[in-house]
Design a protein. Sequence first.
Length: 184
Amino acid sequence: MKNNNKINNHYLSSYCFYPDINFETQSVDEKIILLLRAHPITQISWIFNSLIFFVLIFGLNFITHSFFNINQKIFINFFAFFSVFSYVWFNFLSWFFNVGVITSERVVDIDFHMVLYKEVTATRLGKIEDITAKTGGYIASLFDFGNVFIQTAGTQANIEFINIPHPSKVVDTVNNLIRKNHGD
C-alpha cells in the first residue's frame, strides 16, 4: 500500500501513521497503521475557558483583597485553582484517551467517559459495509477535520471518529486496507 502521508510518531499527535504503541486487545501479528484523536483546533474552547478562569481568579483577588483575611484568601484561591486545574486535566485526558485505531486487521474506537468508564468498539475490516467522511463548516474545511462513520454488517455497533484530522485520507486508508485484505 502506497502512502503519501507524512509519518508522525509523536505521542501527542492527533493523526499518527505507524505509531510505536500497543493497545490491550491487540493481537501479536496485528500492526497499527493509524492512531486518531480529535483535531487540536477542536480543543480551543476548553483551553480558552481555562485561561479566562485563571484571569478571573487573579482579577477577583485584586477586587476582593479587603473583604477576606489571608487564610480565607488562601483557601478560596486553592479551591479555585484546583477547580480550574481539574477542568483542564479532565479535558486533556478526554482528548488524549478517546482514540481511533486502524490496524492491519480491524478498526477500533476507544472512548473514555469521565475517566471511570471505558467503551471499546471494534470490527474486522471484512465486516465493514460502508465508510463515510463528513466535513462541514468553514473552520472544519480550513483546518481539514471532520467525522468518519463506519457502518458494519449485521448487529455490530457502528464506529464513529469525531472531529479527526484528514477524514478523507482516513477513508482512503481503510478502503486500501479492505482491498488489500480481500485481494481485490
